[in-house]
Design a protein around this ligand. Structure first.
Ligand code: NDP
Length: 451
């Protein structure tokens, strides 16, 4: 049986583009279909524009701090339209780069909505293509609960294109996106509230990290509401939104931004035409080779709901391309010790186990912690503190987890992740000479375990 393509990729996001490009470079005949934007969530409505907005938000602190070093700086104001316009220009540039990457590697790029017709056939806006393998890499989509007034909310796709900066904003959620955007809005000068339904945001992160971020955010102008759930949202005549909470309290804002998780983007994908099973959470179920229950169809990235992080999707795309077309180089993705950062202000970064998880897994742990005011603030009255923590297995001395809240935490944690992957013990941390003066050296000078 001959097919139009060896591999047909649905979705040109991080994972899909990586798989398509490398499969083509290994000699496969590849097509990728994309109906929205090249680069997917990460490039268009995720990591990249978010990080640009986080940079923008941090200037407020930088301007203030610069005065303690003698700079005569007065921030006259912030122009949202300029930020969004420049951000859009940069994203368009990246879209172009993605297009070139695909075309230069010999991938057939099809602009249109792809729908599965059968186990080997895809329809793109009325044109059918056959392929030996089909890779579903369609990603996710913001999920907003069904509350009265849902139509008035802004989701994590729309937030990147708001025409005006909201003067008053209520952020709902307690995950990555909620704390990041609460920091962005607050830094840019919006009157910001963050409401989370639980006791404390960032469930699953180390408790000390969560509490440290909480303390840091209390030092800002942000209002934090915990154990707080929205009952309904009513639009007022002046365009503002009145939000009523389940405990009877209410607040008036200009924007209600929902960041309550993401669902797999399965709409109109033609799943009814094939035998693809979903897992209990509604994501596409795959085995360790990313094979769905339809043997010719694979799936990677956010649509599988495993680890919703761009670098993971990239690794999965690479693994699929290698296994199908360069099997001698195949390496399974190692899901152990995946480092991650939350670009709240201050940043969080972490790799390995939280103290709670390590104890729950049966480890007898020793914990090393440090909290200190960064040297950069020493000439100012700014009170932000850095937090660092090591979770160590007493039996083997291996460092099980490393956590930080503070400037550039992600930059620092990447190197520590390499050390942890290499099996670093606390003794190796202790034997490592610090780089002075940095905040990072604290990680190799913590000697006294906490009680
Ligand atoms: P998360 O899964 O991180 O967080 C969702 C939050 O919404 C949780 O606090 C959850 O509460 C809350 N929530 C869920 N349902 C409801 C509801 N019905 N009502 C009220 N609150 C609700 O999702 P995000 O949307 O923040 O981000 C999606 C994913 O994208 C992340 O998990 C992450 O993998 C990825 N991402 C990564 C980033 C990075 O690497 N820096 C940045 C942004 C996103 P509870 O905890 O109680 O369940």
């Amino acid at each position: 049986m001959s097919y139009d393509f060896d591999l047909f990729v649905i979705g040109a996001g991080s994972g899909g583009v990586r798989a398509a490009r490398f499969a083509a470079s290994f000699g496969a005949h590849v097509a990728v279909a994309e109906s929205r934007y090249l680069g997917g969530t990460c490039v268009n409505v995720g990591c990249v524009p978010k990080k640009l907005m986080v940079y923008a938000a941090h200037f407020q602190d930088d301007f203030k701090l610069s005065r303690s070093f003698g700079w005569d700086v007065e921030a006259k104001g912030f122009d949202w339209a300029t930020l969004i316009r420049n951000k859009n220009t940069e994203i368009e540039r990246l879209n172009g780069i993605y297009e070139k990457l695909l075309i230069n590697s010999g991938v057939n790029l099809l602009n249109g909505h792809a729908k599965l017709v059968d186990a080997h056939t895809v329809d793109v806006d009325g044109q059918q293509y056959t392929a030996e393998h089909i890779l579903v890499a369609v990603g996710g989509w913001p999920q907003v609960p069904d509350i009265p007034g849902r139509e008035h909310v802004t989701d994590s796709n729309q937030v990147f294109f708001l025409k005006e900066q909201p003067k008053r904003v209520l952020v709902i959620g307690g995950g990555y996106i909620a704390v990041e955007f609460a920091s962005v809005f607050n830094g840019l000068g919006s009157e910001t509230q963050l409401a989370y339904r639980g006791e404390l945001f960032l469930r699953g992160f180390d408790q000390d990290v969560r509490e440290h971020l909480h303390q840091e955010l209390l030092k800002t102008d942000m209002t934090l509401r915990f154990n707080c759930d929205v009952k309904c949202i009513d639009k007022q005549e002046d365009g503002s939104l009145n939000v009523t909470f389940k405990d009877g309290q209410s607040t008036a804002v200009d924007c209600v931004f929902y960041a309550t998780g993401r669902r797999p983007m399965l709409d109109n994908l033609g799943l009814e035409n094939v035998n693809i099973k979903l897992n209990e959470q509604g994501f596409i179920a795959v085995d360790e080779l990313y094979q769905t229950s339809e043997s010719s169809i694979l799936a990677i990235g956010d649509v599988t709901g495993r680890v919703q992080l761009t670098p993971v999707a990239l690794a999965e795309g690479m693994a699929v391309a290698r296994r199908l077309f360069r099997n001698e180089d195949y390496r399974p993705v190692d899901y152990d010790l995946i480092p991650t950062a939350v670009f709240s202000l201050p940043n969080i970064a972490t790799v390995g186990l939280s103290e709670e998880q390590a104890r729950a897994d049966g480890f007898s742990v020793q914990v090393f912690k440090s909290s200190f005011r960064p040297m950069k603030l020493s000439l100012s009255d700014q009170q932000e503190r850095i937090f660092m923590k090591l979770v160590v297995d007493q039996a083997t001395d291996r460092v099980l987890g490393c956590h930080m809240v503070g400037p550039d935490a992600g930059e620092l944690m990447q190197g520590i992740a390499v050390a942890l992957k290499a099996g670093a013990t606390k003794q190796i941390f202790d034997d490592t000479i610090g780089i002075h003066p940095t905040a990072a050296e604290e990680f190799v000078t913590m000697r006294t375990p906490s009680a």
